[in-house]
Design a protein. Structure first.
Length: 227
């Protein structure tokens, strides 16, 4: 495949509660990062994966992922992540070899994103989009509130979308966005492209690409483990 995937996996997972860094917590006997990379390698488009890992975890993650990728033809790079997600992505981007014109960025915490979603995002970049994000309609009614929690308005949810990963980019576009913006505050990479005035397009997301954030999400994800 001509696609490299950056996998930010260096977060602590504070909202999941005390324990190992989130990407290294196990579900059905495998760390979330293993579930995530296994699915990435199942996507036809993927040729290389660079994971941003917690400090001190390079050797243990290498031992975890090398057998997952053995025989798949998918290359592996590992970097130590930064203090913020955006910095972890920038560090991983700097470790991508030449020859990958399309870059995807995929949260380790979305460990059960299906391979078809990965290929769908990459295909949209290949078809000409500079930046592509998978999205789902918002199902809840959304209200604005004041600092006391009193409702000040109801937002029109028909124009809103919940955003997932993998997000896909022409490599030059993602590199330019990260080069201009290094303050670390962006919660997704498409946001950096938007700040530069770039055009971001959408493809349908997948419910199984949920971000494992709180303990309840881990219970949901347990339903998605391969039998
Ligand atoms: N991430 C990262 N480097 C950081 C912070 C986050 O690589 N400095 C990664 C996480 O490992 C995760 C993804 O970015 O795969 C999305 O972040 P989030 O879901 O917020 O994970 P955590 O930051 O680990 O969780 P929390 O915010 O609850 O501590
Ligand atoms: Mg976080």
């Amino acid at each position: 495949g001509d696609v490299a995937v950056l996998v930010p996996a260096a977060g602590r997972g504070e909202r999941l509660g005390p324990g190992l860094p989130k990407a290294l917590r196990e579900l059905a006997g495998s760390p979330l990062l293993v579930h995530a990379v296994r699915r990435l390698a199942q996507a036809d488009c993927v040729g290389h994966v660079v994971v941003a890992v917690p400090a001190g975890a390079v050797d243990s993650v290498s031992a975890l992922l090398t057998p997952v990728l053995a025989g798949t033809g998918v290359g592996l790079g590992l970097v130590v992540g930064g203090a913020e997600r955006q910095q972890s992505v920038a560090l991983a981007l700097a470790a991508v070899p030449g020859g990958y014109p399309i870059i995807l960025v995929h949260d380790a915490a979305r460990a059960f994103a299906p391979p078809e979603l990965v290929d769908r995002v990459a295909a949209a970049v290949r078809a000409g989009s500079d930046a592509v994000i998978p999205v789902l309609p918002v199902v809840d009614t959304i209200k604005q509130v004041d600092p006391d929690g009193a409702v000040t308005g109801t937002v029109d949810r028909s124009v809103l979308r919940a955003v997932q990963t993998p997000q896909g980019f022409r490599r030059t576009v993602l590199a330019a966005a990260h080069a201009v913006d290094t303050d670390g505050g962006a919660t997704d990479d498409a946001g950096l492209v938007e700040r530069l005035g770039g055009r971001v397009t959408t493809v349908p997301g997948a419910e199984s690409a949920l971000k494992i954030t709180r303990p309840f999400d881990l219970q949901v994800a347990a339903l998605l483990v391969d039998p």
